[in-house]
Design a protein around this ligand. Structure first.
Ligand SMILES: Nc1ncnc2c1ncn2[C@@H]1O[C@H](COP(=O)(O)OP(=O)(O)OP(=O)(O)O)[C@@H](O)[C@H]1O
Ligand SMILES: [Mg+2]
Length: 428
């Protein structure tokens, strides 16, 4: 039902032929006390004008006003364009029409019609206050929706970060597991070697004790010597120390690999940490590659052409994050096997990183959207579409640019340019 119907108070309109003084008397009646004006209708009940309290006072305050004008029909004094609103108009339509036509000082209410016929009167002030209420309610709803939207967006960004972190941790855990596995094996073998060595040592100790004993017989000594031979029997002595050496070397290598990975992780964990002056993008690339190793290793061959670069001022962990996003996207775009070519170079003003893959490429109609938040062509659960938008923001905050060229079926190339002497915006 139209909202306007609730404004249609049944106030008797005046006929255009009614005498002005009759109208004035009726208007003073309490039935009309809330109204600023009343409709004037013709015989067919169609509104033809409006007479306001303001007009009446104006006329009757004149000297002999009532005597001079009281007998004339109201149609002589009415305003001929009543503020008429169709009962089916919306609250918004009605109030914008009325506010556009309103005369100040506010002296008129509005007529509600249905198919041009008088239906009742509405008070302008009531309509405006209803409108105000609705606007403030809409505002509240908008504000509520806005708050909900920003909180769910924040949640999404957060869960994207957590997912990325989870992926990274899983990758690193996997990477650490391999060297950890053989370090573990080696230590087990070393402990067996040590047990053997221990038996031999004890046999030697036994011999020494026998030799030092005052009543030791030759038989005792022969037995001790035989025990030493027995202890050595299981060991291929020639290879024993070479094997031991290899085991130690392998173990050191494994431990070194683990500590390299842990160092790499440390670079990533300084996510919110301060800007530094001495970052080489080549180091960031190595760090990010280390973390992405698990994602890349089975299908992507990484080729690097890294030139010497000057140190620049940036938040290394954020640049690492950008590179990791690019490497991950490249790996995801390569369906079977392919290459990832990473190049760096520099000129007077900027340092550049190019990340190029031989993946499936980006369709031309998608190219303009890839940096938009939540744009993804990946199935639900695989991509949130935030990687590149976050990367874009990070590079922008560093005063740099990120560009893309791509050919479907051939591959994609991203080029990042960062100023050599960056003035950093807030590192969020
Ligand atoms: N190297 C690339 N090759 C082909 N398409 C790419 C490449 N990088 C990005 N895209 C396209 O751009 C879209 C947006 O990438 P973006 O990294 O922002 O999100 P995503 O990878 O889909 O999801 P997320 O990174 O949040 O897991 C991808 O869905 C993909 O269609
Ligand atoms: Mg991505």
């Amino acid at each position: 039902m139209s909202m306007l119907r609730s404004f249609a108070h049944s106030v008797r309109p005046f006929l255009e032929t009614d005498r002005l003084s009759t109208v004035a008397d009726a208007f003073l009646h309490t039935d009309y006390q809330d109204y600023l004006s009343v409709a004037v209708v013709n015989q067919n009940n169609q509104p033809v004008g409006m007479i306001s309290r303001h007009q009446l006072t104006d006329i009757f305050l004149k000297k002999f006003g009532r005597d001079l004008f009281g007998n004339r029909p109201v149609s002589d004094f009415m305003r001929q364009e009543p503020l008429a609103v169709d009962v089916n108009s919306s609250l918004l339509e009605a109030s914008s029409y009325i506010t556009a036509q309103m005369i100040f000082p506010l002296s008129e209410d509005f007529v509600i019609t249905q198919e041009g016929r008088y239906l009742g009167m509405g008070a302008v002030l009531h309509l405006l206050s209803a409108m105000e209420k609705q606007i403030s309610q809409n505002n509240q709803e908008l504000n509520k929706a806005y708050t909900q939207l920003s909180s769910s967006q924040a949640q999404l960004v957060q869960s994207e970060k957590m997912a990325a972190l989870g992926q990274m941790v899983a990758g690193v855990a996997h990477e650490i597991n391999t060297p950890l596995g053989y370090v573990n094996n080696n230590i087990e073998m070393l402990s067996e070697f040590f047990a053997q060595l221990n038996t031999v040592l004890q046999a030697h100790q036994q011999l020494a004790d026998t030799l030092l004993a005052p009543h030791a017989t030759e038989i005792d000594i022969a037995e001790s010597l035989a025990a030493i031979d027995d202890a050595k029997a299981g060991m291929a002595l020639a290879d024993f120390f070479t094997d031991l050496d290899n085991l130690f070397n392998d173990t050191f290598y494994g431990v070194e690999q683990i500590s390299e990975l842990v160092m790499g992780l440390k670079d990533f964990s300084r996510l919110d940490q301060a800007v530094t002056d001495n970052v080489s993008l080549n180091d960031c690339i190595e760090s990010a590659l280390l973390i992405a190793r698990n994602t890349l290793k089975y299908k992507v061959e990484v080729l690097k052409r890294l030139e010497d670069l000057p140190y620049i001022r940036c938040t290394a962990s954020q640049i690492n994050q950008v590179l990791l996003n690019l490497f991950t996207n490249a790996a995801q775009a390569i369906e079977d096997k392919g290459y990832l070519l990473i190049k760096t170079w520099t000129d007077e003003q900027q340092v550049y990183v190019s990340v190029q893959d031989t993946g499936k490429g980006i369709a031309p109609q998608h190219l303009a959207k890839i940096f938009d938040p939540f744009f993804t062509t990946k199935p639900v659960g695989q991509g949130t579409g935030l990687g590149l938008s976050i990367s874009y923001k990070i590079i922008q905050q560093h005063g740099g640019t990120i560009r893309v060229v791509s050919q479907v079926g051939k591959g994609t190339r991203f080029v990042i340019a960062l100023p050599r002497h960056a003035v950093l915006a807030v590192a969020a």
